[in-house]
Ligand binder design. Structure first.
Ligand SMILES: *Cc1c(COP(=O)(O)O)cnc(C)c1O
Length: 400
């Protein structure tokens, strides 16, 4: 079975990371190596976003616009600051923001817009930026799923760009985030606030990396069978097991957990990953995706996959019978999923008309296909042909 997503770290890098985590390092040196004057290294994107909201200190009840498909925690952090999340619908297979709807959802209380670049797409957001800037809205670019090169620091016209190196993200360092903040005042306030946090202990990192190795072993083709077997033994689905193994923070005391300074080991792991990452990995992902686009003839059906710069962290495929197709692909050795850990940002309770039904529909009909570098172009063609076979079977059922 080709599992839906492989951890983006090789065995050699895992060994080196484990080595780093076993040797104590100097904190100042590590901070110097990975830090830069225009960025803040944080425990996670969620920690960085929480720091940003503390630094900006918007009045209670201010509205924060969000790309309607987002991580639930990102929305809950705003709620914890007594702010009101407002969803903005998205369109197309690159999940770009619906600008007309964005304009309609801005009110005098709107203070911030959080745009997520989803699944590896790097959206052109210039018109959104111009529109928001004119209204004094703070623009946050969530690039947690879109990192593709250490030299990319985000769109310079936004106010903040957030990158995550969490377990399932590209170039994982088992955690950590880099937040580029354009205003030196805001960045300094965030630095000051963070410096009062307790420092996360480096102590747990060797274990964390061993867990990562286990997950990596399970996500190989042979390991997956063992993993599914273990799931059956425990009475848990693969989705459930994966979710609990890759979850960074638990729900209890969530804010306390994210409000820590990154451990020295984490800083060193981040530095190691960013300086040694082989960008060929992403090149292969893109080639695989293009093979699939060609096999499925998607150039006209999902044109955004080619017109929007994309690193294909996941491959979003739009289809009409997602559950049936998932079952068919699993039967044939390809594990894929819908939704994952993302959620639809709910409409504020006093404005139910802002619910994004169209986005929910789009998302419900999106299947995330595996396309990582360990797969070959022949594997991609095989998966594509299986989908074509499924489509011709469902469009022309036997006996008609
Ligand atoms: C993973 C992710 C985050 C959170 O990143 P952490 O570093 O794990 O806090 C935020 N937004 C999106 C879109 C993500 O995919």
């Amino acid at each position: 079975m080709w599992i839906r997503l492989r951890l983006d770290i090789g065995w050699w890098d895992l060994c080196n990371c484990l080595g780093l985590s076993l040797r104590p390092g100097d904190r100042q040196a590590a901070l110097q190596q990975v830090g830069s004057p225009d960025s803040l290294v944080c425990l996670s994107v969620r920690s960085g976003f929480d720091l940003l909201l503390q630094a900006l200190n918007f009045p209670e009840g201010s509205e924060i616009l969000y790309t309607a498909v987002n991580l639930g925690d990102m929305v809950q952090i705003a709620q914890a600051h007594r702010l009101v999340p407002v969803p903005v619908p998205v369109l197309g297979s690159d999940y770009h923001i619906d600008v007309a709807e964005l304009k309609r959802r801005i009110t005098p209380n709107t203070r911030m817009l959080v745009i997520a670049h989803l699944y590896g797409a790097r959206l052109d957001i210039q018109d959104v930026i111009e529109f928001a800037k004119e209204r004094g809205i703070f623009i946050v670019e969530d690039c947690a799923q879109a990192w593709f090169s250490p030299s990319w620091t985000g769109n310079p016209n936004t106010d903040a760009t957030l990158f995550s190196f969490g377990i399932i993200k590209t170039a994982t360092a088992s955690g950590g985030a880099i937040c580029y903040i354009r205003s030196p005042e805001v960045l300094n306030r965030m630095r000051e606030l963070q410096s009062e946090y307790p420092i996360q202990s480096s102590w747990g990192y060797p274990q964390k990396l061993l867990k990562l190795s286990l997950l990596k072993a399970f996500s190989s083709r042979v390991g997956y069978r063992q993993f599914a077997g273990l799931g059956r033994l425990l009475g848990k689905s693969v989705d459930h097991l994966l979710a609990s193994l890759t979850r960074g923070f638990s729900k209890t005391n969530f804010l306390k957990q994210i409000r820590q300074q990154p451990a020295t080991t984490l800083l060193r792991l981040l530095h190691y990953r960013l300086t040694t990452y082989n960008e060929l990995q992403i090149e292969r992902r893109i080639q695989n995706a293009h093979e699939l686009i060609a096999t499925l003839k998607l150039e006209n059906i999902q044109p955004e996959l080619l017109s929007t710069p994309h690193s294909f962290w996941l491959f979003p495929f739009l289809c009409e019978q997602p559950e049936e197709l998932i079952a068919w692909l699993r039967q044939n050795g390809f594990d894929c999923t819908r939704r994952g850990r993302m959620e639809i940002v709910p409409a504020p309770s006093h404005r139910p008309e802002l619910h994004c039904a169209g986005t929910e529909q789009l998302w419900d009909n999106t299947l995330f296909l595996p396309c990582y570098p360990e797969m070959s172009q022949a594997d991609m063609r095989h998966m594509g042909n299986l989908i074509l076979a499924f489509q011709s079977r469902t469009h022309h059922p036997e006996g008609e």
